[in-house]
Ligand binder design. Structure first.
Ligand code: BGC
Length: 360
């Protein structure tokens, strides 16, 4: 054999060896021989999803996996193409928090056909048989905890009313939105029925009160319109808002309309996620409460469930969630209501934020 040919074979052998030892070379993605896991988050525009994505990236990598992390900019088409890319790059499992709970069916089918495990993260993937596990918080409880805070703070059980309330829900494309609304109404509907709580705008359903994309600006604009349209001769007493961005949007509109945080007639405003900006609103009296959902715990559960599935064992489960096709095995993490009274203990002593994170 010619020397040149021998040299070419030797080079090819070295390249193959390097490729095998340093990378599994799945579709061009170097994984260093490690199993590749996809992490598909809906957006970076809300603080928590960046934290969720980063926690899971680190957790999976610490556990010896390679990761691909993508954020979909609240755009379903973008999320579909990011998921297709994860499938093509050879992911063996994908953790998905969907922009739109119902719209991923066809890409999930592609994943399933390749034997990829799908873990639904925080938001249930509905209308599909192609989901293996769901990790979340009890979203109905998120809503009922907000409403219980309102009920207790205003002593609704002994109040004569009328107490004026407006609701801000999440968009119907997010399966959580309806669950949160359901939890709120379970507590508040009796007070609405008895006339203690009234909704001057008449906007009462989950659809009528939905804030597009959960966006702060959309919530602020809607609240400005509600105040201009229905509150020229009365005060708003409750703005029950389904998350922190919608809560801050409502608060901004309410403050701009002349209400003073801390004053007796300042309304009760709710939220969830304990975003740093909202904890500052709580400290400043602009928002009454938020729900703390520890995304470290959720991420850990997602990682554990994924590793179990990859190892062929059943993940820890404490619930099921019907996704309109079947009862998806579920792990629900704990949540807690946070107010001015306990934010330091829960968030700072619990190591979630430093005082500096909260501007303190
Ligand atoms: C999540 C909330 C979040 C909202 C907006 C919901 O599905 O459960 O934590 O605030 O989406 O991103």
């Amino acid at each position: 054999m010619k020397i040149a040919t021998l040299r070419r074979i030797a080079v090819a052998l070295v390249v193959t060896l390097v490729c095998l030892t340093l990378a599994s070379c799945t579709g061009g993605t170097s994984t260093g021989g490690k199993t590749l896991v996809g992490i598909s988050m809906p957006t970076k525009s809300i603080q928590r999803w960046e934290t969720d994505g980063e926690n899971m990236r680190k957790g999976f990598e610490d556990a010896g996996y390679a990761t691909m992390v993508e954020f979909a900019n609240d755009d379903t088409a973008q999320q579909v193409s990011q998921l297709e890319n994860m499938i093509n790059k050879g992911c063996k499992a994908i953790v998905v928090a969907a922009v739109d709970s119902v719209s991923l069916s066809s890409v999930l089918e592609q994943a399933k056909n390749k034997g990829i495990f799908i873990i639904s993260y925080d938001r249930l993937l509905t209308d599909t048989p192609n989901v293996d596990f769901y990790v979340t918080f009890n979203n109905k409880k998120v809503g009922s905890e907000m409403a219980l805070y309102v009920e207790k703070t205003l002593d609704l059980a002994n109040a004569a009313g009328p107490i004026n309330m407006e609701i801000s829900s999440g968009p119907p494309s997010d399966n959580n939105a309806g669950l949160i609304y359901g939890g709120m109404m379970e507590v508040l509907q009796p007070y609405i029925d008895s006339g203690v709580v009234v909704i001057p705008s008449g906007q009462t359903t989950a659809e009528q009160t939905a804030i597009d994309n959960w966006e702060l600006a959309n919530s602020q604009t809607r609240m400005e319109n509600l105040l201009n349209g229905f509150y020229t001769d009365k005060k708003i007493n409750i703005a029950i808002c389904a998350n922190d961005t919608t809560g801050r949007g409502a608060a901004n509109a309410i403050i701009a309309a002349g209400y003073t945080p801390g004053a007796a007639d300042y309304p009760i405003i709710t939220g969830q996620d304990c975003e740093t900006a909202s904890v500052q609103y709580i400290i400043d009296g602009k928002q009454g409460m938020s729900i703390f959902k520890d995304t470290r715990t959720l991420g850990d559960q997602a990682i554990k469930a994924t590793i179990s599935l990859l190892n062929g064992t059943a993940p820890d489960q404490n619930d099921v969630s019907n996704n309109k096709v079947f009862d998806v095995p579920t792990y629900n993490c704990d949540l807690i209501a946070v107010t001015k009274d306990n934010y330091k203990e829960v968030l700072v002593d619990g190591g979630y934020y430093t005082l500096a994170d909260l501007g303190l």
